[in-house]
Design a protein around this ligand. Sequence first.
Ligand SMILES: [Zn+2]
Length: 485
Amino acid sequence: MKNTLLFALLFASASIAHAEIAYKVQPQPDTKQLAITVTIPTNAAETLVQAPRWMPGFYMLQNYGARLKDFSATGEGDKPVELTMVDDHTWKINSMGAKQVTLRYSAPLEFQNGVGHYSGIAAYIYVVGRTQERCKLTLDTPKEWKVAVGLDGSGPDYNADSYDTLADNPVTLGSYYEETYQTAGKQHVIALRGTGADQIDKKLLRETCETVSKIETEFMGGAPYGKYVWHFSVRSGGAGGSGLEHLSSTEISLGSGFSRRTAGLLAHEFFHLWNVKRIRSQSLGPFDYTQLPTTGALWWLEGTTDYFAITLLGRFGWTSEQDLYADIAGNVRRQRRSEARLTVSPHDSSSRVGEANNGRGNSSGFGLSYYDEGFVVGLCLDLELLAQTNGKRSLDDVELALWKKCRNNQPGFAEDEIRKQLIVAGGDTFGPLYDKLVLTPGELPVEKALAHVGLELTEKSEIRSVTMPTEEQLRLRKLWLAKKR
Ligand SMILES: [Zn+2]
């Protein structure tokens, strides 16, 4: 009896471990839709499925559920089962005793000139309470189509350890332009689409992608992903762009006039492989897709990410020293243009972002930009650490300590962790300094920080060397601009 029971228990747990939620996706270019079939093993009488209400990395409520249509559900033997809409992002399936239910629906597909693209969050529903179960993705595409996706697998089947991973991997498919390169032992794919894809300087774009990957994986000590995909949408004309980070890829929209200076955008999105995606606040994974997450650390995760992205390009020689100063000065100018810096702290700009835009969030900050604030806070803390420790410690040590704490899928960091690591790196005075710079509104001490390395802000808010820098200032400046400190 005992053995049989033990065997039955083992068998039951093994069968649960092997169960996975299977997503089959068939692109339909004519109607610009994806036909999606989700097969869900179940023991429950009812299964609730939901469309996410926000996308990780973009802190603004969205109505993805309203864009999904043509829902139907079946049980075993393809027998229809009851399906009801609960609210604008939730559906209930009555499995009527079936051990497996299959849900079918359509989601929007971007499709132009033979190339399709979609983001996982806008396409895939999740099973309520089961987002941490394994998922399988099957892409049912014509044989001649190429596919770029950051998931494990070589197609048509791909694997994800959870819904979070599945949904955080956008897909480009069809006849897009593709290049690949190897960095840090990992494959990197460049997938180009859009009206400007034929006009952009592909050699420069590839060189930039490759350099950014090399710099940042060298700085952080390796590539924490299986493969990486740059999903570029290129429009005709212009040099600017915007991007959204993902677990092992990014979606970047670019003007075809892309130049060396646009590298900052690519470096920012790539640095998110660490900050946000793996070095993250506890509320940033596993995700609650029904409400915006709350963390006071977006100034670090976005703004200081930008500080590292921009300064590493300078430290590794991609940007000249003068261009680096111009980039830093540009951030300081933007940050000082906002009057709200005197009434809202970087912490509150982060933690209260969900209050912006009538409670829907805005993905840039409550009252002021956590990008600009976080960049300048990062600059001040970095130079203060270098100065107070006689060049022995810097913000690099804080970033690498956070990485050690979060790497290999450890839980996210607590809200006071950055403060703690600053004290470890720089000593007790960094506690009150953090409180002043991060928790309290007010002017950030940029002039004082720059003076440590013999630099000053001019009246036009440009950065230049002071007339007679001391040897100590020059020594710290050299360290500040060095690859390794
Ligand atoms: Zn970002």
